[in-house]
Design a protein around this ligand. Structure first.
Ligand SMILES: [Zn+2]
Length: 101
């Protein structure tokens, strides 16, 4: 027989996960709005971050947001809160000499 308490715990984890995703989506939307409204000199290229943020929102829509594109593991929530548009975990970023902050 299934352990009711562990099912309940799983549900709670799932709900927390969804709440965190919603929070991160709002963060991304805010950052996108800020990036788009930032004044830039005429003829200057768009902030490269804008496309990163848009790509992250797209990943969210496709349900693949939050996993590292290199090693495939879930990126820690704390890392996503710091840079919600990231597509790579701290460990892989370090290995590749990438900076994310
Ligand atoms: Zn990784």
């Amino acid at each position: 027989m299934a352990d009711v308490r562990s099912v309940h715990t799983h549900l709670q984890h799932y709900e927390r996960h969804l709440a965190r995703l919603e929070e991160l989506r709002e963060l991304l939307q805010d950052q996108l709005t800020a990036a788009l409204s930032r004044p830039r000199p005429a003829g200057a290229a768009a902030d490269p971050r804008t496309s990163e943020i848009e790509a992250a929102i797209d990943r969210m829509d496709r349900g693949i947001y939050g996993t590292c594109r290199c090693c495939g593991t879930f990126i820690a929530y704390e890392q996503l809160l710091r840079t919600p548009y990231r597509s790579i975990c701290d460990r892989c970023a370090l290995q590749r000499g990438l900076q994310h902050d």
